[in-house]
Design a binder for this molecule. Structure first.
Ligand code: HEC
Length: 481
């Protein structure tokens, strides 16, 4: 009774709140502007605005100026994506507005932003560790090296094309490798400058030749180092070609002493069987492998028997079909690669047995891939039959999104959301790629325990047993006459 009343009261106060919301235009404007200000944290959206001509409209530009009140702390605290404020600043600049009409600029800004976020935390930690005060303005450290500054943007729009973009990359690559650059600079100063003063010394003779040799070596090393740094630096990674880097997920088996979540493997097998196995093979896993990992002997036998395998020849020399046994390997969905290609618009669904090991990013990548299907951003055109997925190198993948909420029904009652299924099937694939995982960690722990005990023992022996022998002194005392 009391509960019902309470509920009713709650309902009433909710209704009141809603009414206030509906009748308060100030609040509505606040919400609307908050939403808008956050959307400009997306460079593609800015490009959309620019291409539609909004950014040329003086009224709109005025509005952007007016929106700067969001930078005041009492408003800024509501903003979830603080870099929106940085874009707001940039948008005050005409050159920036102009250059954002080009989609390439948006992609570039996107990449720069990505690498900025990537480098920011470590940079921030490093600079505060050195005791420098790092001022954070709008969520960006206000260090000259790390700000996207409008002048750089200008370089792109004037320089245009690859050169501008490259110089932009260069700017950002500086962030990640500042730590390597500083010692290098110091080294160059100490060596090259020293050598230079030595070589101006007229009477130096032989030491002069050595100095020239050293200077040549130093120059060669600097050039070699610089080109190594320029051309092998991962900062040049192109998001489109290499795919978006997946986030690091807290897998339950990630720790040095943690084992697989076997309930998850069992659910993951179910997802594989009901969804992925329609297209993907799992050649390296036999039915017996599941026994004691995710299923009992009886369960595995029963599952194997549901499939027919060709065996033989029999006494008449004929091949025949028989139900599967524990020793059989998982059946393939297609008899051969050609059939698999034909069934998937020309793309071959790869075997999943070692998929986790075969892809950069491993489990994180597969999870991100399965849950990462989104609409292509403005300006990205995906060929008919392909699907946009930012985590897939190139962005266009032949596999469509396969996981949808409620697709399977878990026997243990776990809600089958898309991410739950993706997590389970990825855990299952981690096991498939590394069935020895749990045993390996157990052996490793045992080895460390035993070897460290033996190590301690050996130190004790050396100190207390061997040292006595080692330091003993044998003296010949001739017999007294
Ligand atoms: C309708 C068929 C189909 C289904 C169902 C399917 N896939 Fe795929 N999958 C494909 C095809 C085709 C490719 C190859 C894509 C390409 O190369 O563009 C692929 C590729 C992949 C890749 C490799 C991507 C890469 O980096 O090369 C992974 C991982 C993958 N699938 C996982 C899964 C998982 C896990 C499931 C089950 C939840 C699943 N797939 C279900 C058709 C399918």
């Amino acid at each position: 009774m009391a509960e019902a009343m309470q509920e009713e009261q709650q309902q009433q106060s909710l209704d009141q709140n809603l009414e206030i919301e509906e009748t308060n235009p100030e609040r509505e404007r606040f919400l609307l502007e908050l939403e808008f200000i956050q959307s400009i944290s997306n460079p593609y959206y800015i490009t959309h605005l620019a291409q539609k001509g909004f950014l040329d409209d003086p009224v709109f530009i005025n509005y952007l100026k007016y929106l700067q009140y969001w930078k005041r702390p009492e408003y800024a605290k509501f903003i979830i994506y603080p870099h929106a404020l940085h874009f707001l600043d940039l948008l005050q600049n005409e050159t920036f507005r102009e250059s954002m009409k080009v989609e390439d600029t948006a992609s570039w800004v996107h990449v720069v932003q990505y690498w900025h976020f990537h480098a920011w935390s470590s940079l921030h930690v490093r600079s505060s560790a050195q005791g420098q005060s790092s001022n954070i303005v709008n969520g960006f450290p206000s260090d000259a090296n790390t700000n996207i500054d409008v002048n750089r943007m200008t370089t792109i729009s004037h320089g245009g094309g690859v050169g501008g973009v490259r110089s932009g990359f260069f700017m950002f690559s500086r962030i990640s490798s500042q730590s390597t650059r500083r010692p290098l600079q110091r080294w160059v100063q100490n060596n090259v400058i020293q050598v230079r003063s030595a070589s101006t010394n007229a009477g130096a003779g032989q030491s002069n030749i050595r100095a020239i040799g050293t200077s040549a070596a130093a120059v060669a090393m600097v050039i070699g180092g610089a080109s190594y740094y320029l051309y092998s630096n991962p900062i040049h990674a192109n998001m489109v070609d290499e795919g978006l880097h997946p986030p690091a997920y807290p897998w339950s088996h990630k720790g040095a002493l943690s084992t697989f979540d076997h309930a998850s493997i069992r659910r993951g097998y179910q997802v594989y069987r009901e969804v992925c196995s329609q297209c993907h093979s799992l050649d390296r896993i036999a039915w017996r492998s599941l026994v004691g990992v995710s299923h009992t002997v009886e369960e595995a036998k029963a599952m194997a028997q549901e499939f027919e395998y060709t065996d033989g020849p029999n006494d008449e020399g004929e091949m025949f079909l028989r139900p599967g046994r524990l020793s059989d390997y998982m059946p393939r969905p297609y008899p051969n690669d050609e059939a698999a290609r034909a069934g998937n618009a020309g793309a071959l669904p790869p075997d999943l047995s070692l998929m986790i090991k075969a892809r950069h990013g491993g489990a994180d990548y597969v999870f991100a891939l399965l849950t990462g299907y989104v609409e292509p951003p403005a300006g990205v055109h995906i060929r008919e039959g392909l699907n946009y997925n930012p985590y897939f190198p190139g962005g266009a993948i032949a596999m469509a999104r396969v996981l949808f909420d409620g697709l399977v029904e878990y026997e243990d009652g776990t809600p089958a959301t898309t991410s739950q299924m993706a997590k389970d099937v990825t855990t299952f694939l981690c096991w498939a790629a590394e069935p020895e995982h749990d045993e390996r960690k157990k052996m490793g722990a045992k080895a460390i325990i035993i070897l460290s005990a033996l190590f301690a023992l050996s130190i004790w022996l050396k100190r207390n047993r061997w040292s006595v022998l080692k330091s003993r002194k044998i003296v010949y005392a001739p017999p007294r006459q």
